[in-house]
Design a protein around this ligand. Structure first.
Ligand code: NAG
Ligand code: NAG
Ligand code: NAG
Ligand code: NAG
Ligand code: NAG
Ligand code: NAG
Ligand code: NAG
Length: 535
């Protein structure tokens, strides 16, 4: 029901290619105008493409606000609305093509209220407030999800076109791509091929009792708690991505048998993840898979983030109170609220007997032996990480609201940010410094989302403040999910490359130049891969 079968799609392909060309034309023109704007800054040009045919024709009276600036501001609601509207407009065309007139009508209705709000804000010269924007953003994102779900492949095509426009913007502000609501939507949709892989594997898991027995034996292996070995943890529901992380680590290790991988996944992916790691060869490394649902200690009375997820108010913040009930379950658990994402704050509790561990995100590829990380001197710090403030925008004040006196009295706004994705954690120091308690404290302070909006990095910057040891930049090279211009030599020299950003290597919108770096660690002759991904 979710995805149309291939036979069904074929007859409409020719018609599709017509509107695809029309869209490409549209986007190219929009891109061109944007490009010209970025270089000349004449005020009126940009309003036309962004706001569409209903844009206000009369020149705007600027009082308090420069609306041109506002609509280009990555964190403003006007920008978010304008972007959603562009996407929604494309979906109106697609929905009409597929005779989904009701969806097209719903989308058009929302687009109109969006345009109305934008022109109202432009006229009165004041930025759009959260109260005004939130109902429209939430209902539009719901409709966009609905449209995306029905027409996934088309969505990918469109995102590729959209990324051309983003590439233009990137030159002025790389952070923009990261923060766009847009890209985030698509990056969160699991491609059909990965679904297929999961289903085949879960079948194996359920049918083959020996696999389950084997898993039970592994669980009790003394190796998983042996501090003479090298331990890595990965928290993910994406099997192929996790496999690439593990495989690339063992392939580049001098002694793969000395490595132990600790994977935690969700209940839905648990059986498939087990089946994959039990039936594939990882050069003798130990792999443990756990199910987050079995962590009974991780509950709402202990972890503030769970309480916040369960909290109706918190959901209403993202989706609008009247939407909460109508929204599909998948939407209630978007990535930024996902518990797997917050597990990184509970590492000492998940592995109470371990002393040191390397944390890897599921969108990295390892290219060098990582065991040397375990002997680096962290100078008593808890977290070894690469810093990210080479670019000016990765300082604390960019992530956290310094208008709040609780923040400004304790932290330096110019302090350098650092990256999650490849971190070495000294778990003894972590326990001694009560970092998890610190995280709980800040997460509770942020119940109303005024300190930061989303994600795990802002609370981590607070919890690990003064406890982070900067590592050589080559340990962890970032940006392969959004930056098209990373120097090849830098990539070659990197111990770990990170596909942070929306263009993940397992998506069709991956950046072509970097995709082989990830793909070479996938066993392309695996029958399931052939059935699900290649065909
Ligand atoms: C608005 O911002 C643009 C771009 O920064 C600038 O070129 C223009 O002069 C500003 N207009 C006013 C009225 O401040
Ligand atoms: C962008 O918008 C945010 C939120 O509305 C505001 O705090 C910030 O100052 C704006 N930045 C610029 C450069 O206008
Ligand atoms: C919740 O977690 C706490 C400690 O993390 C534990 O003591 C308590 O028993 C847990 N509650 C339930 C219902 O499992
Ligand atoms: C951590 O917590 C323990 C007990 O709650 C306390 O005794 C200790 O002083 C705390 N350590 C730090 C560095 O705050
Ligand atoms: C930042 O903090 C101040 C003071 O607590 C608050 O008034 C303001 O709304 C916050 N800003 C955001 C964007 O949440
Ligand atoms: C791991 O990577 C190697 C080489 O890059 C590849 O040949 C192998 O098939 C991969 N293994 C798995 C399980 O994907
Ligand atoms: C790839 O997978 C197939 C089927 O499971 C297996 O026979 C083969 O040895 C694997 N190749 C590598 C290089 O791991």
């Amino acid at each position: 029901m979710r995805r149309r079968p291939a036979e069904y799609r074929r007859p409409v392909r020719r018609r599709l290619s017509q509107w695809i060309w029309a869209l490409i034309g549209m986007f190219l023109i929009a891109g061109l105008v944007l490009f010209v704007f970025l270089h000349n800054h004449p005020e009126d040009q940009v309003k036309q493409p962004i706001m569409g045919e209903h844009a206000i024709k009369e020149p705007i009276k600027h009082r308090g606000l420069n609306f041109t600036k506002e609509i280009l501001n990555a964190s403003s609601f006007s920008r978010q609305l304008a972007e959603q509207m562009t996407l929604a407009k494309a979906y109106v065309i697609i929905a009409k093509e597929h005779n989904n007139l009701h969806l097209a009508w719903e989308l058009s209705k929302k687009i109109r209220s969006c345009q109305l709000l934008l022109s109202k804000a432009a006229m009165r010269g004041e930025p759009i407030t959260v109260e005004e924007a939130e109902p429209i953003i939430s209902s539009l994102s719901y409709l966009i999800f609905k449209a995306q779900d029905a027409h996934y492949d088309i969505a990918t095509t469109m995102m590729t076109m959209k990324s051309h426009i983003q590439a233009l913007e990137e030159r002025t502000n790389a952070a923009t791509v990261q923060s766009t609501f847009f890209g985030q939507l698509v990056a969160e949709v699991l491609p059909k091929s990965l679904h297929c892989l999961k289903i085949k594997l879960i079948n194996d898991w359920l049918k083959q009792l020996p696999l389950q027995n084997h898993a039970e034996e592994k669980r009790n292996s003394p190796r998983v708690v042996d501090n003479n070995l090298y331990h890595f943890c990965i928290f993910s529901d994406n099997i192929l991505a996790t496999s690439v992380v593990v495989n690339s680590t063992v392939c580049n290790a001098d002694h793969p048998k000395q490595l132990v991988f600790h994977i935690v996944t969700d209940g839905i992916s648990y059986g498939s993840m087990q089946a994959w790691f039990l039936t594939n060869d990882f050069k003798g490394a130990t792999v443990e898979v756990q199910n987050i649902e079995e962590f009974s200690w991780l509950n709402a009375s202990y972890a503030p983030v769970i309480k916040q997820i369960l909290d109706q108010d918190s959901r209403a913040y993202y989706f609008g109170a009247d939407q909460v009930m109508k929204v599909e379950p998948k939407l209630r658990n978007p990535k930024y609220l996902s518990l797997l994402n917050h597990l990184r704050f509970y590492i000492p509790e998940i592995y109470p007997l371990l002393e040191k561990i390397v944390f890897l995100d599921d969108d990295v590829v390892v290219q060098k032996d990582l065991t040397r990380l375990f002997s680096l001197d962290l100078h008593g710090n808890v977290n070894g990480a690469v810093e990210t403030c080479l670019e000016t925008f990765h300082r604390y004040y960019k992530y956290i609201n310094f208008s709040n006196p609780v923040i400004s009295s304790k932290f330096d706004p110019q302090a350098c940010g650092w990256a999650f994705g490849m971190n070495v954690f000294d778990l003894i120091a972590w326990r001694k410094e009560n970092v998890t308690a610190q995280y709980h404290y800040w997460q509770e302070q942020n119940a109303d989302q005024t300190l930061w909006k989303l994600g795990t990095l802002p609370p981590a910057l607070l919890a690990f403040y003064g406890l982070t040891e900067p590592l050589d930049r080559r340990w962890h090279v970032l940006g392969l999910g959004y930056d098209m211009n990373i120097d090849d030599r830098l990539i070659d020299s990197a111990a770990v490359i990170h596909f942070n950003g929306n263009m993940k290597p397992w998506l069709k919108l991956a950046i072509g130049r970097y995709k082989p770096l990830w793909e070479r660690y996938v066993n392309q002759s695996h029958p399931y891969y052939q059935d699900c991904v290649i065909s």
